[in-house]
Design a protein around this ligand. Structure first.
Ligand code: GLC
Length: 838
């Protein structure tokens, strides 16, 4: 059969198609590197340039690596793919450029290896393998390996898109903690995590990333720790052995590979790692005392009469509270720095009355400024040129609560100053603190009824090519996204410091990056009223805490939905000893005040909040210790007991400071739970005085009205009688709770609770020590502080034969058998030593 014309032309077309396909493949292959990854390793070291405080390694690829020491225990490694280091600048660090110490280089005879160490030779050592591609090992002074580049994946960069990455060998059982705010298990080994601040309402366990990102972790292996801080604000990631359990990698979509390794001192302890990290990135300042009280919020208490009613009810029912929150509905059409004329016609009067009742008020302030030519904030922002611009150089507009908004560029110092000034009126009116929300930054994506809105929809933040001033280093949103929220909190904090230098600011922020602790408290966003979310608060908050952020909390009860009476009561117990304690609830959810669940639960919730107020002197001391040395307030158990393997994955208990162990009930219906007492210390039940040996697991009674709480044997924990708010504390005296059974020392910090007089010496630190049955007190003079009036010894079986204060027999004592507590009223005047003779 002759082929007809149609068939012939069909074949021709087919041939043409084949050629076209071949051409497309050729083109694609040639073009691929331009669009897909083109990773390149550094190659061999070609030149070593030694300076007094750094070593610069040039490599065959053109990339340069710079190694320096911040201290003998803190090493800095930078890699710039282009061989030209960008001006040194960091939003995370207290000082843009960390101070460096002198170093020395030793070369081996083959010339293949270089060893770099501090001039004194102590602490970390860096071993550089020069061939075939630069590899870096870090050891301690004795040569024990701490981190080691994976020879199968040497440091690399992407020649097309600017990405950078490094991979380290991973010991099989090495665990990783920290990473800021992650809804992930306690240890983040074998997890892949992204750092990209995201508005993720009703997030599920495992969703990543969330609102804040802190690219810092603490590793633990064989009881020893080290830390790594990857100071890169681009979208970054940590693959902690998920892709391959034998290595971990971290990298970012741009910028330098700029990271610090913390040895944790000679002890290689996690506490030392955190101390050194917080030395670099800063510590949280002492908050005002009122901010440590119980805080009540909902979206939204409105109108004004409802706010007043809630506050009055706390006082009428004698449930202690310090703060009430006003969510977005207090504003006029969600315009920041305004009041709704209809619902809050007399804010000054309301705020005055709240103050008279011992309340402080916090209002929400979002970054979006409503586009409205009649609105002074928008007009002024436009005139002052403070708003973020898009790639075309126009004011960037996006929709949030008020509708179309412009957004200050908080990476511009002028914009920060401008923003800070807007708080003046609210402060004059009597607002006490500010809550910065939606600052990931979050925007509402354009509605498309055919598409679901995904947790990480690109339309939920600024376009990546939006422009930022970057404090003198202009860059796009891809570079500065992760610091936007933190710089907003900074603008607020610095504004408040300028406007009210006599008060300590309270700023609460939802988004953050490393260093956010210098400016604000943080909470874990829109969690859910479920038992699963309650349990999640412990790994989330303890990891955030050891990421250098002291003032952390989660919405009590879960923001989304309505908790049952039992869930709310258990959540309040679990949270009552977390640093930031706030009940908050979404719009439309059931009432969620401590009295909203009937009388029995009202009694239970009151007692829970009372416990918070009793322990405030202890909590306040912990804040002072954090401010001085970066110590964590909330601690996962492994952090305090790194040699006790049983603590490594324990995620349903936590420590507050060194001395209190909290084991909340996290499951519906439970009235007992197992508690693990870490090895190395013994513990006593706070309520019964019962003794528990370290290393034991015990099933504890936990009826609905009881938070399982334990005090470390040898601890001296300050407390006080119940007060209705922190303003009443000065009328009370302190109680020392002494857990007998081991020797120990303790400190109590006191000051005015607000302002900065403490910085010029107006504070008091009392030192107390316990040796056997002797308690020694060193109480410096200072009359303005709560005096120590009572000592309660926990853990006695009977009244001792004799109790003396400075040798004189005391008679004002009482022994309570059910709680094993001996209560001693101290005589007026100073007491140096109390002695029990059994
Ligand atoms: C966001 C916040 C939430 C707040 C709400 C309204 O969802 O996370 O806390 O109540 O906005 O302002």
């Amino acid at each position: 059969m002759q082929p007809n014309n149609d068939t012939r032309s069909g074949r021709d077309t087919y041939r043409k198609h084949v050629w076209l396909r071949v051409l497309i493949v050729i083109l694609l292959v040639g073009w691929m590197p331009a669009t897909f990854a083109a990773w390149q390793t550094l190659g061999a070291v070609t030149q070593v340039t030694a300076r007094a405080d750094s070593v610069e390694l040039s490599t065959r690829s053109g990339a340069h690596v710079r190694i320096s020491f911040v201290s003998q225990d803190v090493l800095r490694i930078r890699m710039n793919p282009h061989g030209v280091f960008a001006a040194d600048f960091s939003y995370a660090l207290v000082h843009a450029t960390p101070a460096l110490i002198a170093l020395k280089i030793d070369a081996d005879t083959s010339g293949e290896l270089l060893t770099i160490h501090t001039a004194g030779g102590d602490g970390l050592h860096v071993i550089v393998h020069k061939q075939p591609s630069l590899l870096i090992d870090v050891t301690d002074a004795q040569g024990n390996l701490i981190v080691s580049d994976d020879p199968a994946r040497p440091m690399a960069f992407d020649t097309q898109n600017g990405a950078v990455e490094t991979s380290k060998l991973r010991a099989a059982a090495e665990l990783y903690y920290g990473f800021g705010e992650k809804a992930l298990p306690l240890s983040r080994h074998q997890q892949y995590m992204t750092m990209w601040n995201s508005d993720t309402p009703r997030y599920a366990a495992g969703l990543d990333p969330l609102y804040q990102d802190i690219p810092f972790f603490v590793a633990l292996h064989d009881g020893k720790s080290y830390g790594v801080f990857f100071d890169n604000t681009w979208r970054s990631y940590f693959d902690m052995g998920k892709t391959d359990p034998a290595r971990y990698s971290f990298g970012a979509g741009g910028g330098e590979l700029n990271y610090y390794v913390f040895a944790g001192g000679a002890e290689r302890s996690p506490a030392n790692v955190l101390r050194d990290y917080s030395e670099l990135t800063g510590r949280g300042e002492l908050p005002p005392l009122w901010a440590l009280g119980y805080q009540q919020s909902r979206y939204s208490y409105t109108p004004q009469a409802r706010v007043e009613e809630v506050a009055r009810t706390f006082r009428a029912k004698k449930i202690p509270a310090d703060v009430i929150y006003l969510d977005i509905d207090y504003m006029q059409g969600f315009r920041v720095f305004s009041w709704s004329e209809r619902d809050f016609p007399a804010p000054e009067k309301m705020l005055r009355e709240l103050h008279e009742e011992g309340f402080h008020a916090v209002t929400i302030i979002d970054p979006g400024v409503k586009l409205d030519d009649q609105y002074p904030v928008y007009r002024s922002g436009r005139e002052q040129n403070v708003f973020t611009r898009n790639a075309a150089g126009e004011e960037l507009h996006a929709t949030v609560w008020p509708g179309q908004c412009a957004f200050p560029d908080f990476t511009d110092p002028h914009a920060r100053q401008w923003w800070g000034g807007w708080y003046a009126k609210a402060l004059q009116q009597g607002v006490d603190g500010f809550w910065n929300d939606m600052n990931e930054p979050a925007t509402f994506p354009a509605p498309d009824s055919n598409q679901p809105i995904l947790a990480h929809d690109a339309g939920k933040t600024f376009p990546l090519d939006a422009r930022h001033a970057g404090d003198g280093q202009p860059g796009d949103h891809a570079r500065y996204h992760n610091v936007y929220g933190m710089q907003m909190a900074r603008a607020t904090f610095e504004g408040l410091r300028t406007l009210q230098p006599q008060h300590r600011p309270l700023v609460l922020t939802r988004a953050g990056y490393a260093g956010v602790q210098r400016y604000a408290a943080v909470w874990t966003g829109d969690n859910v009223a479920s038992w699963e979310h309650l349990a999640l608060t412990i790994p989330m908050l303890t990891n955030l805490s050891i990421s250098g952020v002291p003032f952390v909390g989660a919405d009590v009860g879960g923001f989304v939905g309505s908790p049952s009476a039992e869930l709310y009561a258990r959540w309040l117990q679990a949270a009552v000893l977390t640093p930031f304690l706030r009940t908050h609830a979404e719009i439309g959810s059931n009432d969620r005040e401590p009295w909203s669940y009937g009388q029995d639960f009202e009694r239970i919730n009151r007692a829970t909040i009372e416990l918070r107020y009793q322990l405030l002197p202890y909590l306040y001391t912990l804040f002072a210790q954090h401010a001085a040395s970066g110590e964590a307030l909330l601690r996962p158990l492994w952090f305090a007991y790194p040699r006790d393997v049983k603590t490594y994955l324990l995620d349903d208990q936590y420590l507050l400071g060194r001395d209190l162990l909290i084991a909340p009930v996290l499951h519906a219906g439970d009235i007992k739970r197992e508690v693990y007492f870490p090895q190395g210390d013994a513990w006593r039940d706070w309520w019964s005085g019962q003794y528990y040996a370290g290393g034991s697991t015990v099933k504890i009674d936990a009826p609905i009205d009881r938070l399982p709480l334990f005090v470390r044997v040898g601890a001296i924990v300050p407390s006080q009688p119940v007060v209705q708010h922190t303003g009443e504390m000065s009328h009370t005296a302190l109680i020392l709770n002494v857990a007998l059974g081991a020797d120990g020392t303790s400190e109590i910090y006191q000051d005015a609770g607000d302002g900065y007089a403490y910085r010029s010496g107006d504070s008091r630190t009392t030192k107390i020590s316990l040796h056997g049955d002797f308690l020694r007190l060193q109480i410096p003079h200072g009359t303005d502080f709560q005096r120590i009036a009572t000592v309660e010894f926990i853990g006695l079986d009977a009244t001792p034969a004799r109790i003396t204060a400075d040798g004189k027999i005391l008679h004002e004592v009482s022994f309570d058998k059910p709680t094993r507590r001996l209560r001693i009223t101290l005589p007026a005047g100073s007491v140096d030593e109390l002695a029990l003779q059994r």
